[in-house]
Write a protein that binds this ligand. Structure first.
Ligand code: UDP
Length: 451
């Protein structure tokens, strides 16, 4: 498919304002822009993307009505709920103005594509008689597990007792109760209301997925059976449409020079993504686990991610002296470049879906330390279905971390993980090539929008 300048019809994209979701939506925008569409990103003021990194897109902010308390609470469930309550009328007004300002047929809004958690968009699209499509930025496995949560809740099985955490969840093999995608705050009621609304597929014409047919074939087929509309897996979207600079934090690129001094596959990269946090005790356990493994490490510690600290001042005093040149700690890394660097041999990750896909695409085996939500489902699939990683079973324990790093980086089990990760990478590369499943889904999407 080549660029078609005659096709330059407008698409309005509505990302959910969290890093992983913003990345996927901007990547989708890049993919569709390269197919000849013009792209308008309508976004909340909270966590607004930086327009200067995407000069080809229009950016339109809408008020989100979030209070300072909502934002500082870091409670993602409440924030999403509030956004859905507050943004509907602002989005309606914004779109109406866009439509009134149209100067010719090329300015028509051809379609609205919204993140599944920005479900207020669908009613707005309907009221303006515009077609809409959903983007789900999670795995198919998470989608099914979230849907099952509604059933399990109705059956009184969640919230579950600690004693059940290792039990298998009926009809959700290989998930255990502890792998269910429950929210960080434990606010089940609001979370389930949110999931219920997000998963009510009403009049949208299709669902776009940041996953691949070769990775989750039976799960996607299962979902397709439940819904009338086409399922369009376009993953990995960071490869189909690499979006330049969608980071909410400034990337510290100095770590690339440090990586350049390390030998092949020797470095363990450590990051828990854009939302997860830990306390000072967990920080110390992770620090000593890494140090005792004797492997060089590149560690992202996001400012504010250690509860009660600004950054890494809570690191044990003797830790820095102890590691010398063996470790590099940054506030935010150019993660995709890091994972593609030959010196990186393993990824200790929280298993956010973007990080999981980015690691899988580079053939890097993982040590999974999920914190909440979909991360638990992804970690279980990484370790027990795709078998390209190990999962840490304890909260954060230095001995377990040390053993896992050694296993993945230097032992036979790690070699087997790396071999499977390499095979998976090769299969995924085929998905995005001409004739591959993601490539074909993209053709289908473009045809749908044009028709
Ligand atoms: N990321 C990054 N630099 C970092 C850490 C993370 O660019 O230092 C990016 C990462 O590449 C991924 C996103 O932030 O695309 C995190 O999304 P993910 O779904 O993995 O986790 P979340 O942040 O939503 O928990």
């Amino acid at each position: 498919m080549g660029k078609n300048s005659e096709r330059r019809r407008q698409l309005v994209l509505l990302p959910c304002p969290f890093q992983g979701h913003i990345n996927s939506m901007l990547q989708l925008g890049t993919i569709l822009h390269s197919q000849g569409f013009s792209i308008t990103i309508v976004h909340t003021k909270f966590n607004s993307p930086n327009p200067s990194t995407h000069p080809n897109f229009n950016f339109l902010p809408i008020p989100d009505g979030l209070s300072d308390n909502d934002i500082s609470s870091g409670d993602t469930v409440t924030i999403l709920w509030e956004i859905n309550v507050n943004c509907k009328s602002h989005f309606h007004e914004c779109l109406s103005q866009m439509m009134m300002a149209r100067q010719g047929p090329h300015d028509d809004v051809a379609c609205i594509i919204y993140d599944e958690f920005m479900y207020f968009s669908e009613a707005v699209a309907n009221s303006l008689k515009l077609p809409s499509i959903i983007l789900t930025t999670m795995s198919a496995a998470t989608f099914l597990a979230r849907s099952a949560l509604l059933r399990l809740m109705a059956e009184g099985r969640v919230p579950f007792q600690d004693s059940m955490s290792q039990d298998p969840v009926p009809e959700l093999h290989p998930l255990r109760y502890k792998d269910l995608p429950i929210p960080m705050s434990g606010k089940y009621d609001t979370f389930l209301k949110l999931v219920f609304e997000a998963y009510k597929i009403r009049t949208s014409s299709a669902i776009i997925w940041n996953t691949m047919d070769c990775l989750e074939p039976s799960l996607l087929a299962q979902i397709q059976q439940q819904f009338q509309v086409p399922m369009l897996p376009l993953g990995p979207m960071h490869k189909l449409g690499p979006a330049s600079g969608s980071s909410l934090w400034k990337e510290d690129t100095s770590c690339m020079a440090w990586l350049g001094k390390q030998s092949k596959h020797s470095v363990i990269y450590v990051s828990l993504g854009s939302i997860a946090s830990m306390d000072e005790k967990q920080l110390a356990e992770l620090a000593w686990g890494l140090a005792s493994s004797q492997h060089p490490f590149l560690w992202v510690v996001r400012p504010g991610s250690i509860r009660g600290s600004e950054w890494i001042e809570a690191l044990p005093k003797d830790f820095k002296e102890n590691i010398e040149e063996k470790g590099c700690i940054v506030k935010w890394a150019p993660q995709k470049e890091v994972l593609a660097h030959g010196a990186v041999g393993g990824f200790l990750t929280h298993c956010g879906w973007n990080s999981t896909l980015e690691s899988i695409f580079e053939g890097i085996p993982m040590i999974c330390r999920p914190c909440f939500g979909d991360q638990r489902v992804n970690a279980r699939y990484v370790s027990h279905v795709w078998k390209v990683g190990l999962e840490l079973e304890n909260e954060m324990e230095r001995g377990e971390i040390e053993r896992a790093v050694r296993k993945v980086m230097a032992e036979k089990e790690g070699e087997a993980l790396r071999e499977r990760a390499k095979n998976l990478k090769e299969n995924i590369e085929l998905c995005i090539k001409e004739g591959g499943s993601s490539y074909n889904s993209l053709n289908r999407l473009v045809e749908m929008i044009m028709s």
